[in-house]
Design a protein around this ligand. Structure first.
Ligand code: F6R
Length: 361
């Protein structure tokens, strides 16, 4: 998209024609989250119906995946407060030492071809586990079929990170099928309703004054984004970071309360010029405890004036899934507007493809 004219930072972004930058209509994919949640939840339950859960009462849950295929696990993990067994998300080649044949292992790879995830799936079989696989197909799909393991299939043709709704609900349905969680359907319904109305509000045709994602993207543009979350918004902070990296093609980092109050806040004090190159976004959950709320208020106060800016994004909804999905939706749109401001196409991730090619060669 090198030939496209980059909108100036000062200009109103909307209504803006994003078509020239957005070769694969990533805005439409972001706006499809509500549909993905509803369809994914239903389709995954259908896919699993023919199988029996591998163990009666699993001693734990391990989800292995990378990047856009792993984030759904972080999201689902904070939405299952009733889960009484450990739930670990593994972004690596090996499973943790505690995994036993009684552990529910779920291998998630949108392409089905990610080497870390395939290595974990092999590791799981080697330890006598009977994993569930989530993929569009690829080598992981083939492995599931060959070993007669459940394969939850997600629709192909998207970027993995844009398929979050399918991937997250596939996992939620897997935990439901394994008898590990109570009724999740109401959380899916509330999340879908909220993100559907947010997608309409954040649409490119909606001008700045009515579209909070556009001015926020402009404030972030040209700065390093630091995204801070806590509890339910912690996975959203990780998601914002990944989306700003992959869609906005910009550096971004995330951290979590309360841990960041024990190190990160000191990092703001030594070099004022460096601190002013960064813009902080605080992802606030109105349902968070008073203790977390006080920390966030103090941190916002401490950082304003030191950094390029501090913005607060507040979760909407009641159920944890709706709250986390609402904050994610705002971040997804902000990352797309950042791409527009930089004049880059949000969809391709050439750096990742290049690395994968290099490792295969
Ligand atoms: C690309 C993306 C990446 C991939 C990751 C793993 O949109 O989000 O982070 O998710 O490289 O690939 P898959 O998801 O195919 O296992």
């Amino acid at each position: 998209m090198a030939s496209a004219q980059r909108p100036s930072d000062a200009a109103d972004l909307g209504p803006v024609s994003v078509g020239e930058f957005d070769s694969e209509d990533h805005f439409a994919m972001a706006a499809s989250l509500a549909d993905q949640l509803e369809e994914g939840w239903k389709a995954a339950r259908d896919d699993l119906r023919a199988f029996k859960p591998p163990v009666d009462r699993p001693d734990g849950v391990v989800v292995c995946g990378m990047g856009g295929s792993a984030i759904g696990a972080d999201v689902v993990r904070v939405c299952m407060p009733g889960l009484t067994v450990p739930f670990e998300v593994v972004r690596a080649y090996d499973l943790p030492a505690w995994v036993s044949p009684r552990t529910l292992v779920v291998a998630v790879s949108y392409s089905g071809n990610t080497e870390e995830t395939l290595a974990c799936a092999d590791d799981a079989f080697g330890r006598g586990c009977r994993p569930v696989c989530v993929a569009t197909g690829g080598a992981l799909g083939a492995l599931a079929r060959k070993r007669d393991r459940p394969l939850v299939t997600v629709p192909p043709g998207m970027q993995p990170r844009a398929a979050l709704g399918y991937l997250a609900t596939s996992l939620a349905a897997t935990l439901d099928w394994a008898g590990l969680v109570g009724e999740f359907a109401p959380q899916v319904a509330e999340a879908a309703e909220i993100v559907r109305s947010m997608a309409a509000e954040l649409h490119p045709a909606v001008p700045d004054e009515a579209n909070p994602a556009k001015p926020l993207a402009r404030r972030l543009h040209g700065h390093v984004a630091l995204i801070y979350g806590a509890g339910v918004t912690a996975p959203a902070a990780r998601r914002w970071k990944g989306q700003i990296n992959e869609n906005g093609k910009a550096p971004a980092f995330f951290a979590e309360f309360p841990e960041l109050n024990h190190n990160e806040i000191v990092g703001w004090t030594g070099d004022p010029a460096l601190a002013r190159t960064m813009h902080v976004v605080l992802l606030v959950d109105p349902w968070a405890s008073e203790r977390i709320a006080r920390r966030i208020d103090y941190t916002a106060e401490h950082l304003s004036g030191r950094t390029a800016g501090v913005d607060v994004v507040t979760a909407a909804g009641e159920s944890p899934f709706a709250r986390v999905c609402s904050v994610i939706t705002m971040g997804d749109f902000v990352s797309l507007y950042l791409a527009v401001l930089s004049g880059v196409d949000p969809t391709p991730v050439a750096a990742i493809e290049e690395l994968k090619r290099h490792l295969r060669s």
